[in-house]
Design a protein around this ligand. Structure first.
Ligand code: UD1
Length: 423
């Protein structure tokens, strides 16, 4: 398994291009299941999670062709001939559950393996299922699979989510586009990825209002057509690379970055003493001298501070002056990076969903282990400013969500390399 080796020290300078959003692309791809006609996605990221979704869609009989080195995905569900999403693919990636709503909406049937647990907590899919049931789906859970049918098609319904869920909102939104009548999604997620999905569905002929607010109204239509849609910028990749100059010092421009995608996060960087400025090409992040100041962070659904940037923010706060309190409200068990950062000399106390970080002057390089996608990149960021060498093991998590991280950071002056190992 590959390793990433980072040598700390040295300010960064230059530009990093930000890719299309993994999480947006993972919901836009299954949208192809709603129509017979081709869907083309541009600005797609080149990641192993995207290849997993490709494999899943192909296993259903859809065509997925990567063009332009993977930047463009040409999808067609014209030849859909299988309605079962197999455990062997679904277990690799939770987002596989997003094929359920569209397949059910178009053909009135779908069998999808339950994704099971995951390294960052229990993560059930009950909200996805309840929303589809409200729209008239009959669900039967057996042998680890959801067997879903909707004889005569789905019907519009009012769905009031008890908890804000990105995935459940996406599944319900896609399903509602072909349901008979009006669907109202209340307490819906407001993430930019939801807005992007709604825009794509509208291009396909769907009638949707209110995306980006907590109430989305969908008027069902008989059929959807083909479309071409550019994937929105990845705000998590953007935030991650904004932290690189914040941690290592220097000035880096993140190409394609937009403030409204990361406003709550940029506010915290500003409070810590890091400047973030919108430029014509993106966002420019500068940290000139001295250590950053401690800040408190509480994760929340968008527009709050994203849970997917919590681990990376912790890496920054490890060397702040003072004590920072990080509260994780979205996922239980999402501090697995803390013990690894402590191996690098960080002072962190974790109690339930709260981590208290007492800043130290400098971290020290060490061999560390990545336990999930965001945790692994937080260790790389920490390594940028640590004394000596940090070796991040088990980086396959990283490749699920970050394109060529060593190249992007290397291009702005980081001393970083990938060591390929065959096992
Ligand atoms: C998506 C993102 C993930 C991000 C998360 C929160 C994708 C592919 N992944 O995950 O990177 O960290 O949003 O911003 O887009 N919940 C339930 N029942 C459900 C569904 C969710 O209880 O049926 C709970 C979860 O356990 C969690 C909370 O709701 O505590 C939010 O999860 P959700 O927004 O659904 O996350 P995902 O869509 O899985």
């Amino acid at each position: 398994m590959d390793k990433i080796v980072v040598k700390g020290g040295g300010a960064l300078s230059g530009q990093i291009p930000i890719a299309g959003a993994k999480n947006a692309c993972l919901t836009l791809m299954p949208a192809t299941l709603l129509s017979d006609e081709p869907l083309t996605l541009t600005n797609a990221p080149r990641l192993s999670d995207i290849r997993t979704m490709t494999t899943l869609l192909q296993s259903l009989g859809a065509e997925v062709t990567a063009l332009n080195g993977g930047r463009v995905l040409a999808l067609s569900s014209h030849g859909l001939n299988n309605h079962t999403a197999d455990y062997d693919i679904v277990r690799k990636m939770r987002a596989s559950i997003l094929v359920l709503g569209p397949m059910l909406a178009r053909d009135g049937r779908a069998i999808v393996s339950l994704p099971g647990g995951c390294a960052i907590g229990a993560r059930p899919v009950d909200l996805h299922l309840k929303a589809l049931e409200a729209m008239g789906a009959d669900l039967d859970l057996r042998d680890g699979y959801v067997h879903a049918t909707a004889k005569g098609g789905l019907k519009g319904a009012v769905v009031d989510f008890p908890v804000v869920s990105v995935g459940a909102t996406e599944n319900a939104l896609m399903a509602a586009t072909l349901a008979r009548g009006t669907t109202v999604l209340k307490n819906a997620a407001r993430e930019p990825e939801i807005v992007d999905l709604a825009q794509c569905l509208r291009r396909m002929g769907a009638q949707i209002e209110g995306e980006g607010t907590s109430t989305i109204t969908i008027q069902g239509v008989d059929r959807l057509n083909g479309a071409t849609h550019p994937v929105v910028t990845d705000r998590i990749e953007l935030g991650t690379y904004m932290l690189a100059p914040a941690i290592a010092g220097g000035e880096v421009e993140l190409l394609g970055g937009r403030m409204e995608l990361v406003a709550a996060f940029a506010e915290k960087l500003d409070a810590a003493g890091v400047s973030v400025e919108q430029t014509a090409a993106g966002l420019k992040v500068t940290r000139k001298n001295g250590r950053v100041s401690a800040v408190d962070v509480r994760t929340a659904p968008f527009p709050g501070f994203p849970t997917d940037l919590q681990a990376q923010m912790m890496a920054l706060l490890c060397t702040a002056t003072g004590v920072s309190v990080l509260e994780e409200t979205i996922f239980e068990n999402r501090f697995m990076h803390a013990p690894e950062l402590m191996r690098m000399g960080a002072k962190i106390d974790v109690h339930g969903g709260t981590a208290t970080v007492t800043g130290v002057e400098r971290l020290k390089g060490a061999p560390v282990m990545a336990t999930d996608l965001r945790a692994s990149v937080s260790l790389i960021l920490a390594g940028l400013a640590a004394e000596g060498e940090t070796v991040v093991n088990r980086v396959y998590h990283l490749d699920r969500g970050y394109e060529r991280v060593e190249e992007k950071l290397g291009n702005v002056g980081a001393k970083i390399e990938r060591v390929r190992e065959h096992d």
